[in-house]
Design a protein around this ligand. Sequence first.
Ligand code: URA
Length: 441
Amino acid sequence: MRIYDIIQKKRDNKQLNMQEIEFVINGYVNGEIEDYQMSAFLMAVYFNGMQDEECANFTKCMLNSGETMDLSEIKGIKVDKHSTGGVGDKTTLIVAPIVAACGAKVAKMSGRGLGHTGGTIDKLESISGVKLDLPKERFFEIVNKVGCCIVSQSGNLVPADKKIYALRDVTATVESMPLIASSIMSKKLASGADCILLDVKVGSGAFMKTKEDAINLSKIMVNIGEHCGKKVVAIITDMNEPLGNAIGNAIEVWEVCKVLKGEGPKDLNDICICLASNMLYLANKGTMEECEKMVLDSIKSGKALEKFKEMISEQGGNLEKFIDADNYNIDFKVKHEVFLGKNGYVSSMDTEKIGKAAMVLGAGRKKKEDKIDYSAGIMLNKKIGDKISGNECFAELYSSSLEKCLEAENILKEAVITSQNSVQEKKLIKAKVVADEVEIF
Ligand code: URA
């Protein structure tokens, strides 16, 4: 077999068989296929896509390139979730303890943020003392005891994705449905859960900008799950504005506690209830209605918050300063208020730009090596549809210097559009994709 012939076949829009796919992935991981050849292959996939079976086989080969987690030492049904990434997305930290409080197990491996999107591991690191690189035995012990534990992704899981993603990032081949789907699903399948809920974000802060694209990506990922014998469901949710009011790291943990106390912002609360109910449903905990009731009860009774405290404490951290504060007041040096100077309604937001403003404040990294300022972030006082007057504070910025706040303020002001007319409320939860069925809301 020659890589030249496989590139040519893909260039001519023909379907590759398992042996050819194995040849590409194994050859690239062990260095026999050069970056320039793999780049040409990825570009051919970008233009011609992949058939369902081809994409499932590509995912299986990626999965087999490294270790896979065997979660059989954890008792009960293990359910995982994955978000395709957004701004202010702290849902994992909310739904994991809710699902654990309702009797299913969440043994979750999460990643760091890069660019405008945040990462769960960075948010957790803002809690002093928390350990995220736990040995497997301790990870399992915490899940068995508490019901949930979140650790950083092991370096040996799906090495093919690490190498291919790095190349996609510099060859303009990230935005390819089969490549995104196989990248996400290989990591999810390697994490070993029995069932997987995908939160596919759509809108100005997401990879997928249209509902149609989000549905197509979801179908591909659900189909890969089917091919690999796992129950996978995708929920398509809105990312046309940041989720909740808080964007950053410590500030998002503070907002997580608000939701678990039953005092969270409506959009974040509603999405978490939907995701947690679907995770419980996937884990066979009851009908959708029963699962939703369990979720609501776990928040009302305080059990979900207790689970979060327990998980953090087992991982070495302490949540007191996050739980006790009514307003965000964690360790920032400078607070700066942003006024839009206009009367009207907030009509749209460029969410990606808002994520960039948070990054400028220090809450995210432009390059992998950048250090995060965990207390930096943005608190939005207004969301899409809210009325605002010129002398009302639109957002508070937190950072280590006024200079960073002023730079972020300019980006934020460019990102927010107001209008004189009131704005129609948009659906937060747009569709659900299960095997062979798409339900549009
Ligand atoms: N997230 C991933 O893990 N991979 C992609 O290709 C895109 C988003």
